[in-house]
Ligand binder design. Structure first.
Ligand SMILES: [Zn+2]
Length: 502
């Protein structure tokens, strides 16, 4: 039974769980919202100190048995590239889909690879990218979804790195005296990455994207790349193909000019294409071909910079894709149950329970009766008319998965189905124009992403039947000769050139 009661509903009666106590501290909102009173600020300060002390007192989940260590760094440089929505079959056997990805295949031929990578819950872009660079799951790094929860709509994206509550690769690398670079990587605004162009709001109010990018990036970097490209229109970034051309140009510029020890790069058009037209569509394949060409440009830049033989490449993604045709609307169920009220202008005016993407929240997390009522509403649907199309993932399972500690439960649709935020009308299930989606359980094979690790310090020809996304940061750290202390993941030592083969 305890698994059916939200953690917060019994948190007051049991030993303090620091992850619950963390909820009492408001997450940092946008920099502009600073109307707090002195007493508010004092309360937040005291709460934050209490949380830090509590977190320090609780054993981390990292192993107490260290993985064997080499005596020196295995690579001078690591280039970590995320192809958004990389499906593993385009690493393992793209030819079966009529696809040629010669640059990824060349890295694969010289290195090792995974048949699938298990990511995060939800398998969404920002939680996954943050796990790639921290080696911990969302409940530890704090990026539970792409966007902050906002009952009035989509919510603000997690652009700023101060929302991350775990040490990152760029911090650990800097501590080790290495030069870091980041290009279009999510959740890095204000991160202190040395050579930097972060992923920012693509359509910012009151200014152009280029102006925003300029103000958040290393001085001079954006203008140098615009000049190199012969210009970049004020809204060219809204075309994901042009956005990837720009990001690749930034990355190759940084590599040639500065030879950073660690470079993170995020390319996006494969996500857009698969959402619109589905996995394996002609448009999606063209998107992967273009990104493969960008990988070729990156390798060429390393060659030109004279660092190719000392560079390791990690090519991965954040999640896979389901093919979708229909969408569940949990907010319709909550509205019809009287737990969510809407106004005549189509806004939510009050709520006791609400869906934020696949996450169901209740306003008062200590209200066990409300929690049971909401859970049984969705269980009745998942075990009744929608059996086989929908599952309820309860709090106990969410804890095991390292998922959002603020959620009452997650809804988990079957392949073919997604979840929308609509609350009008009477239909729980409606058609959707989307043809692909992600955000589902990372254990579903279709949600796995791909991984190639190749180059300096990496063994050739080894296959990992399964890899974990949380092991990428410890592996990158191991290649560069430092440790991701406190990570939940472990280095993939079996594919690295260790100093002491047994
Ligand atoms: Zn993504």
């Amino acid at each position: 039974m305890s698994g059916r009661i939200p953690r917060a509903a019994h948190a007051r009666t049991v030993a303090v769980d620091p992850r619950v106590e963390r909820l009492s501290v408001s997450p940092p909102r946008s920099r502009q919202n600073s109307t707090a009173t002195i007493s508010d600020l004092l309360f937040r300060l005291v709460s934050a100190v209490a949380v830090v002390l509590l977190l320090g007192a609780v054993p981390i989940r990292a192993s107490e048995y260290p993985v064997e260590q080499p005596s020196r760094p295995l690579a001078e440089h690591v280039i970590l590239v995320s192809l958004d929505g990389l499906v593993p079959e385009y690493v393992t056997h793209p030819g079966d889909y009529g696809l040629r990805l010669p640059n990824i295949q060349a890295l694969k031929d010289r290195g090792s690879w995974a048949e699938g990578v298990v990511g995060q819950y939800p398998s969404s872009t920002y939680p996954s990218h943050t796990s790639i660079v921290t080696g911990v799951r969302p409940d530890r790094h704090g990026i539970f979804q792409n966007t902050r929860f906002d009952p009035q709509g989509e919510g603000e994206w997690f652009f700023e790195s101060n929302a991350i509550t775990a040490p990152t690769l760029w911090q650990r690398a800097k501590d080790a005296g290495l030069v870091t670079a980041g290009v279009s990587w999510p959740v890095t605004v204000g991160s202190g990455i040395a050579l930097h162009f972060p992923e920012v709001h693509q359509n910012p109010p009151n200014r152009t994207w280029l102006d925003l990018a300029r103000s958040e990036s290393t001085p001079g970097l954006i203008d140098a790349v615009v000049e190199k490209l012969g210009g970049f229109g004020a809204s060219d970034n809204l075309d994901p193909i042009k956005r990837d051309i720009f990001a690749t140009a930034v990355a190759t510029h940084i590599i040639r000019q500065s030879r950073p020890n660690l470079l993170l790069l995020h390319l996006v058009q494969t996500d857009y294409a698969q959402h619109a037209t589905g996995r394996h569509s002609a448009r999606s394949k063209r998107a992967f071909s273009r990104l493969d060409a960008h990988i070729g440009e990156i390798v060429k830049a390393c060659e030109d910079a004279g660092i190719l033989d000392r560079t390791a490449f990690v090519i991965t993604g954040d999640h896979g894709f389901y093919q979708v045709h229909s969408s569940f609307q949990p907010n319709v169920v909550l509205r019809r149950a009287g737990l969510l009220e809407t106004g005549p202008d189509g806004t939510i005016t009050d709520w006791q329970a609400i869906a934020h993407r696949t996450t169901i929240r209740i306003r008062n997390p200590y209200d066990a009766e409300l929690a049971r009522k909401v859970e049984s509403l969705f269980r009745d649907l998942a075990e009744g008319p929608y059996q086989g199309l929908l599952e309820v993932i309860d709090r106990k399972e969410l804890d095991r998965l390292g998922a959002d500690p603020e959620a009452l439960l997650f809804l988990e649709p079957a392949n073919g189905y997604t979840v929308g935020g609509g609350f009008d009308g009477d239909s729980f299930l409606v058609a959707t124009s989307r043809r692909g989606n992600h955000g589902y359980l990372p254990t579903k094979p279709e949600m796995h992403t791909g991984l190639v690790i190749s180059g300096a310090g990496v063994l050739q020809g080894l296959v990992m039947p399964i890899a974990r996304q949380i092991d990428i940061a410890p592996t990158v750290a191991r290649l560069l000769g430092f440790e991701m202390k406190g990570a939940e993941g472990v280095p993939m030592v079996g594919i690295l050139q260790t100093q002491s083969p047994d």
